[in-house]
Design a protein around this ligand. Structure first.
Ligand code: KG4
Ligand code: ZN
Length: 396
């Protein structure tokens, strides 16, 4: 089935009110994710209920041991039309029923971001609907607030939980940072990795151990058979001030343990012990860094974990214990929503719609391979910024 475009209609909501919207917001929202190797499409109603969802994880990268950006971009392009159709079918909706289109517009692999955001912009323009440019990291950080039936029954009008302010520990394949989340569009980075991201370290160690790709789930699985105290691996930056991260030394320490085996396959028990010891070292570092971040942000009432690595059960449990010891709440997205998906993009769009989004320049925003969280302002503030820049005679 291919899309057919009905006559343009006006969206029924004001696009740039100056204060958070209390009136019903425009929905359903159709969201697209394509920033790495997962092509996702999801449709959410105004309360965040998932009406339809599709996700295609590209398998063509696995034999290559990592994501090849060019292959990923082409695969997104091939998959998107059918994926959007399938998601509409699952939601029992037509394209014309969609009130708002949203897509990851950065950060991420530029080819994929261009494909997904341009596709969503095209649909929005053809149907005369608003388009919302969503920051992928922001979506990870806000997703624990998505009312999932699993952990918080959806009731119309129930405020999303956890409430602000909270501390988000974002650990994904490309990012690792502690973020003070004071509201939608109000983020302060307290610390970040100075070399590898946590997921990247899991992936590289998995490769050294001869496991599949992506490595995180494979390392976690093998670690269940191993002894976490078998190898005395370093805990980089543990005990140091601040909440930055470093994983490259830990990765090198694992490589040093493997080196004596040369080209021979690692005995299974050695690989399992190394996987368990590595995971334990990452967990110790995460707990130490998160504890320091909580000290830097005492206003936090909840510790939130997000990003692909947050799917790791050992890390989740250790961080949950930390939150409990600090007498604050703990929240993590459902496992399937930790790794990349389009539901989180739709949810971030809804959060911004409640703040008066989309921002006036969302449609004009070029795909951004880098997009710091500090530049994800709520729509009214972004509107003021755009106006000021226009008065000054420059482009935002
Ligand atoms: O958030 P995500 O899907 O993509 C990025 O935005 O980067 O994160 C992917 C990363 C990969 O590095 C993957 O190995 C890691 O998350 N990951 C895990 C687990 N599941 C996924 N790491 C450790 N344990 C897991 N169970
Ligand atoms: Zn991600």
């Amino acid at each position: 089935m291919r899309h057919t475009f009905p006559m343009p209609q006006r969206a029924s909501v004001p696009l740039h009110p100056t204060s958070p919207v209390s009136a019903p917001i425009a929905a359903p929202v159709l969201a697209i994710e394509s920033s790495c190797d997962d092509t996702g499409c999801a449709i959410l109603d105004a309360d965040g209920r998932i009406l339809g969802e599709s996700l295609l994880s590209q398998e063509s990268h696995a034999p290559l041991g990592g994501v090849v950006p060019e292959i990923a971009a082409r695969a997104h392009l091939e998959a998107l039309p059918a994926l959007v159709d399938l998601t509409l079918e699952r939601a029992g909706l037509q394209l014309d029923d969609i009130a708002v289109f949203a897509a990851t517009t950065g950060p991420g692999l530029i080819g994929g971001v261009i494909v997904g955001s341009t596709y969503a912009k095209g649909l929005a323009m053809a149907l005369n609907r608003p388009f919302m440019a969503i920051n992928h990291i922001e979506a990870h950080v806000l997703t624990p607030r998505l009312p999932e039936p699993a952990h918080s029954p959806t009731k119309t009008g129930t405020p999303p939980s956890p409430a602000f302010p909270y501390l988000a520990l974002l650990m994904s394949g490309g990012h690792c940072q502690c973020v003070a989340v004071e509201g939608v569009g109000r983020y302060r980075q307290l610390g970040a990795t100075i070399d590898d991201a946590a997921g990247e370290a899991f992936d590289k160690v998995a490769k050294m151990l001869g496991l599949g790709w992506p490595g995180g789930p494979a390392v976690e699985k093998l670690a269940r058979e191993g002894d976490p105290h078998a190898y005395d691996l370093p805990r980089p930056l543990k005990g140091r001030a601040g909440c930055d991260f470093s994983f490259s030394g830990l990765k090198t320490a694992v490589a040093r343990q493997i080196a004596p085996y040369g080209m021979a396959p690692l005995p299974r028990q050695v690989a399992a012990d190394l996987a368990a010891s590595f995971q334990q070292a990452v967990a110790d570092v995460m707990v130490d860094r998160a504890a320091n971040a909580l000290a830097l942000f005492p206003e936090a009432t909840t510790l939130v974990v997000a990003g692909g690595v947050a799917a790791n059960t050992v890390l989740r449990t250790r961080l949950q214990d930390l939150a409990q010891a600090h007498g604050i709440g703990f929240q993590a997205p459902a496992l399937r929503l930790c790794t990349d998906n389009a539901v989180m993009i739709g949810w971030a769009a809804l959060e911004h719609l409640r703040q008066g989004g989309p921002a006036p320049d969302d449609l004009d925003l070029p795909p951004r391979p880098r997009w710091p969280l500090s530049e994800c302002l709520p729509a009214p503030e972004r509107a003021a910024e755009v106006e000021q820049q226009a008065l000054a005679g420059g482009r935002p």
